[in-house]
Design a binder for this molecule. Structure first.
Ligand code: FAD
Length: 284
């Protein structure tokens, strides 16, 4: 595992719907495991749509691939009884880290989708009340502001609420502007919150998917990057080479500026994240 001076490295996966997808996920995870990451994490479909698949994937990554794995858990759409049962399963399986989120319900399910907890700070409180200090709790942070927040001040106050509810550290939404991260961290520190805030890193592999995804989650793709990526058209190789260079440079800046680690959104692919990690020259 990481020495105190090395940045933490973690990789995120999503549970797949097919056996073939799952086999690919495991192959990716085994490849990434060789680099001794600090942890893996696995996403959860709000409302419980991936409840069993997330659970099975987490237990397999943790137990068979042997990298400590953190399930994501979201509270909208899940009852307290459902959340309690999941926490119990994870605790009994020896899982020690959890990523606690509000989640986004598919449109048409209303704001809560029948869930009893409305915001992530309530989920953090619930996990602490149910399981004490058993879990290291990660929460989400938004250097470019959560898309539904009224303004940055509100969003910062809501982030601090999660910290005060008992979160241990945070992982950010991805961004392509390092200054937004530094500004966010500075503001949070001025509000008296010291927890580690780990940048979430999205490798660039496909322009149209990235543009769609970024619009939906409120991550800004800077004009100069958009124009350059558009200019490559269907030339995936150039898109990936450009993406690797730009993201590596951003990671270098983040780490030099004090970011305590990097969390890669792998989209279940090893190479794009590994290329960046290797460019950064981490010794393990
Ligand atoms: P919250 O912290 O609850 O914030 C949501 C919004 O409500 C913000 O605008 C905030 O300012 C506001 N708010 C917060 N607390 C309060 C309060 N007490 N009163 C009033 N307003 C408040 N989604 C999934 O469905 N599954 C996943 O596995 C998943 N993994 C993610 C991992 C990471 C690292 C990140 C960054 C995001 C992930 N998401 C996932 C997306 C996330 O669920 C959405 O961004 C969701 O819209 C917000 O979740 P949150 O936990 O940040 O919510």
């Amino acid at each position: 595992m990481t020495s105190p001076n090395l940045p933490t490295i973690s990789f995120e996966f999503f549970p797949t719907k097919t056996d073939a997808g799952h086999e690919k996920l495991l192959a990716t995870a085994r490849q990434l495991a060789e680099y001794q990451p600090d942890f893996f994490s696995c996403t959860y479909g709000a409302g419980g749509s991936t409840r069993d698949r997330t659970l099975d994937t987490v237990l397999q990554l943790d137990g068979e691939v042997k990298v400590p794995t953190a399930p994501h858990l979201s509270c909208v759409g899940d009852s307290k009884a459902e959340l309690r049962a999941l926490l119990e399963r994870y605790k009994n399986a020896g899982i020690r880290r959890i990523v606690a989120l509000r989640g986004d319900l598919p449109s048409g399910m209303g704001m809560s989708g029948g869930g009893e907890l409305r915001y992530a700070n309530e989920l953090v409180e619930f996990i602490r009340a149910e399981t004490g200090d058993h879990f290291h709790i990660e929460v989400a942070a938004y250097p470019e502001m959560h898309p539904q927040a009224r303004n940055l001040e509100d969003d910062l106050a809501n982030f601090v609420r999660k910290a005060r509810a008992g979160a241990d550290s945070a992982i950010t939404q991805y961004f392509f502007n390092a200054d937004s991260y530094f500004y966010f961290v500075e503001r949070v520190r001025r509000m008296g919150v010291e927890l580690p805030i780990i940048p979430g890193i999205m490798p660039i592999t496909n322009y149209s998917k990235l543009a769609r995804f970024s619009d939906a989650c409120g991550a800004e793709l800077p004009r100069w990057m958009r124009k350059q990526l558009e200019a490559y058209g269907d030339d995936l190789q150039s898109i990936q080479a450009f993406g690797e260079q730009v993201i590596t440079q951003m990671c270098e800046r983040l780490l030099a500026g004090g970011a305590p680690g990097l969390h890669f959104y792998t989209l279940n692919q090893a190479e794009p994240s590994l290329a960046i990690r290797n460019n950064l020259g981490f010794a393990r």
